[in-house]
Design a protein around this ligand. Sequence first.
Ligand code: NAP
Ligand code: G4F
Length: 324
Amino acid sequence: MTKRALITGITGQDGSFLAELLHSKGYEVHGLMRRSAVPVDQRLGTLAHFVQVEHAELTDAAALQEIVGRLKPDEIYHLAAQSHVQYSFQAPEVTFDINTTGCMRLLEAVRKSSPESRYYQASSSEMFGEPRETPQRETTPFHPMSPYGVSKLAAFWACVVYREAYGLYTTNGILYNHESERRGEDYVTRKITRAAAAISLGLQETLHLGNLDARRDWGYSPEYVEAMWMMLQQDKPGDFIIATGETHTVREFCEVAFAHVGLDWEKHVVVDPAFFRPIESHLLVGDNTKAREVLGWQPRTSFDQIVRRMVDADLAKLRRANAD
Ligand code: NAP
Ligand code: G4F
């Protein structure tokens, strides 16, 4: 029988890769998005051929209830969020409303109208903040270092409470940073690859960045959405870390990206206080043992491959745009 999935955050990086994955597996894919002045087809691109659009804001409990009750999806992937950590310092209340109360609204809709649905929550390594151990495991205590981290941690616990109190199938994927050619342009990786491409084409001169010493565990988004699907195929819900187990600094990311287009990053990068955060997670790296052993998941694309693939995609995109 055809399985039905509802993906929130369909217009985001992970939503797009997950929709393609589920479609390739024969799922009926519904995508939740908020209304915008930009036409739906333009926002969805090729996804518009197979994704059935459901319009709602995460701030609208009644709309979420109606959609979940009508579709009764086999699987719900809750990916929508205010996902920018630095912005969460400027907009903590909105971040909490969307990320935490939004999750509670969706969980309530599932509890009341579709308790058989399997629910995936997009939890984050940012919940570890200043980590109590390295690498972090599913048992590592949390200590968030941003309003975003706090909002995701409260949502994480909401999922655990709904699992334990009501027997709902709620799973938390604790995902470390994952990137791709579809990454938003104000996250550091895409900002760097786009700038390296633009500078090499003579379209830009400098790149303003914040903390170059921060270390992140960077993986490839298409592989991380596979892990999301694998999690919901398990007999029992649970919490899983998805990570590569390797870390690199922002500085190393610059080195690889600029070298790929024959440039010396130090001649173009300007350290700018505007991009520093009031506090910061300096070293996030995950232990993916549980995911390897229980899900059979493992990362395949190396750090260098991710960086080069992103630079190549940005070069192609900028060349197309400037040829018009
Ligand atoms: P993303 O590209 O920023 O996508 C976020 C999505 O949420 C967009 O589709 C956005 O829609 C939607 N959204 C935001 N506010 C909404 C609202 N009020 N109502 C309805 N939709 C709303 O994020 P991503 O990188 O794909 O990440 C997916 C999820 O994983 C997020 O929850 C993120 O916090 C979490 N996560 C990401 C990473 C990572 O490294 N990528 C790591 C750990 C966890 P618009 O297009 O309308 O803005
Ligand atoms: O790319 P970032 O903004 O990602 P961050 O803060 O780690 O958050 C991402 O990953 C989380 C998983 O841990 C997700 F939950 C979250 O939704 C998001 O997808 O910043 C990465 C690092 C930080 O240390 C930041 O301080 O890069 C540093 N950085 C240095 N210069 C910069 C910049 N970050 C941004 N966005 N812009 C800069 O100019």
